[in-house]
Structures are given as structure tokens and as C-alpha cells.
Ligand binder design. Sequence first.
Ligand code: PLP
Length: 394
Amino acid sequence: MKKRTLASRVEGIAPFQVMAVLARAKVLQALGEDVIHLEVGEPDFVAPKAVADAGVQAIKEGKTGYTSATGLSELKSTISRYYASRYQVDVAPERIIVTPGASGALLLMASLMVDQGDEVIMPDPCYPCNRHFLIQAGAKAKLIETQAERAFEIDLNRLSDDWTANTSGLWLASPSNPTGAVLNKSYLAEAWQRVEALGGHLLVDEIYQGLVFEGDDFTVLSISDEIFVINSFSKYFAMTGWRLGWIVVPEWAIEGATKLAQNLFISAPSVSQYAALRAFEPDVLAECEARRQQLDRRRVTLLAGLAKIGLPVVAPAQGAFYIYVDVSSVTDDAMAWCLELLEEEKVALTPGADFGIKNANKYVRFAYTCDELRLQDALERIKRFIVSNKRLVV
Ligand SMILES: Cc1ncc(COP(=O)(O)O)c(C=O)c1O
């Protein structure tokens, strides 16, 4: 009898390394240990109350059926108005397709933009699911090594050298997960100019839009209507579990994206869409802004504290809620270091291996998802861990 197996593409999809950290952290917690969680990309905020209330109201009113595949037209118009008022960019509502989170958006984009055997260029490190969504579509990611000293940016002068006949495009994210780096407008304008000249697509993941602490908070849509953009309610609006995001596509891609949205998802969650209508009201936006300021204070605390304990951060962490820290002065195996740190001092971090290949063993990601007192506590514990293990290289 033929042995039953899973599809070979599953082999190419790596599990999250951080799951081993998270699983152990949960065991330690169950044993009564006080674990400081800085590993998962989800701050200690819940969805704004007004948004949650709007969701409850939608349930009470029975607004729980499918919506149109590309999203509620009121929501698309609201997002379009938000682009106009906050970013002074004109985005026709028809170009917006509401998706089940940015994850649904990435799946749709991969299906929309790549053919079997294609390659997509992206920086190493970057969000790991990008490459897995490409595998799902029969394509693959070509990771380009970046350096902290160059703000983890791909060197655009070398883009044409890395480009082959199979390259479909360039995928970037700003602010970035895991580095927190923000790409500036001139970098993105040059990226688009080069990608366009090479006949490829440019996709920019703007899921951390709004969470910018240094530099300009803008959208790449201000550069060209031909750029594909991903966004989500997960981060700025703290709605991770509501599973709601959106994409913006050029005019000529609307029909293709709509067909895929119909077939892949039928529609994004309706209750979440009705709730999200409330997210763009001034009171909710003010709440999100206050949270942004809170995150900025955490960032400053963490950056200063890391420098003090001998782990200075070279690359600017200007956005999102992540700092990507070089720990090569204290270990040559970041994953093992994360597990030992958790065991000895009960601080949970994400190893670089989840995000990249080249220098992954040298890096860990801090997600500043808890308040400043907890962050200070985490820094104390990490310092004690480094000193007690005499790992500090001077
Ligand atoms: C860069 C990036 N893109 C996409 C996602 C997926 O987000 P969601 O599906 O919650 O909208 C994440 C989640 O952390 C992310 O960091």
C-alpha cells in the first residue's frame, strides 16, 4: 500500500523557534514562576473599548453573515478617508480589499503576484511567514543579507545584480518586524524606481503604520499607485484576535484580487468589520496615539537599559514595538541563549533564527510588550544572567 504523506511543500515551512520558548515559559509559569514575556508580537493592550462595544452591538443586531468578498463598502470608504485625512493620499475605496488579518492579505498577495518557480527578494531578517506564503504559492524568497550598521536595509545599488529572470519583485516592510527600522521616503522612492525599471512588483507591508517614533509616518502609496500595500487592524488598533486587515492594489489588479478574495476567504469576519468602522473615530484614534506614546517611552527605556548592560543597539529601532539586539558579545548561539535565559532568569525573548538566516545566531528580538517597570526588571535579570555566567566579553 502506498505510504500516505503530506505535501512536500510542508517540509519547506519552518515552525516558529519561539514556540519552544513560549512552551517552556508556560510550563515555568504553571510552576508558579514569574515570567516576563517579551517574545510575542502583541502588546499588553486590548482593542479600544469603543471598538469592542461596536463589535458587541453588531452581534446583537445580527450583523453576523458574510459580507461582500472585498469587505463592507462603508469600511472601505472609511479606510479611504483615513488615507486622505491622515496621509494626504487619494486611495479609491475599490482598490482596498479587506482581508482576514495581514496574514490573509499576505496569502492573497502571494497567490496574486507570483508564479510557480518565481523568486521574491526580501531582506534578511524579515517576517518569517512571508517566505512561507511564497512556498505555498510554489515560489520562494531570496533573502538578501543586511547589516545593522546600514539600518538593515537592502543595498538598492545591488538590486539588479540579485534580480534574475525568475524574480517577480521586492517585498519590504516599514516599520519592520523584527528590527523596528523605518524606511524613509527617498529609500522607498528609489526602491520603486528600480523595481519598476526591472519590470517587477513592489509590495510594502505597512502593518506597523502609525507606530513610528522617529522619522516620518507616511504611506508608500504617496509614491505610486502601482505599489501593493498590506495593512492590518492588529497592531496600531490592538485588534490582533479580531483577524482583520486590508490590502491596497493598483487599479488593474482589483479584478484578480477580488476573485482570489472570493475563493480564499468568502469574506473577512463581519463582526470585526463592523467594529473596525468605529476605529477611525477621533476618540479611538486619540487612544491609539496615547498608546503609541506609551510604547515610545518603553522603547527609550529599553534602548538605554540595553546599552547599560553591555548590549548596545546599533540599528535605529524607530517603529513597531521591536528591538533587534546583537548578543554575539555574550553567545554564539542565540537560540540556546534564549532558552538558558528563560530557565535561569525567566525572561522570554525570540531568537533571531525565526527571522533570518545569515546572522540569525547573533540576534534576539525584544518585543516591548509590557510596562516600563517590567522592562526594568527584565533588564536587571538579563544583566544578572550575563554577569553570573561570566559571558560578558569586554
Ligand atoms: C510584518 C508582519 N506582517 C504581517 C503580520 C500578520 O499580522 P496579522 O495577521 O495579525 O494582521 C505580522 C504579525 O506579527 C507582522 O509582523
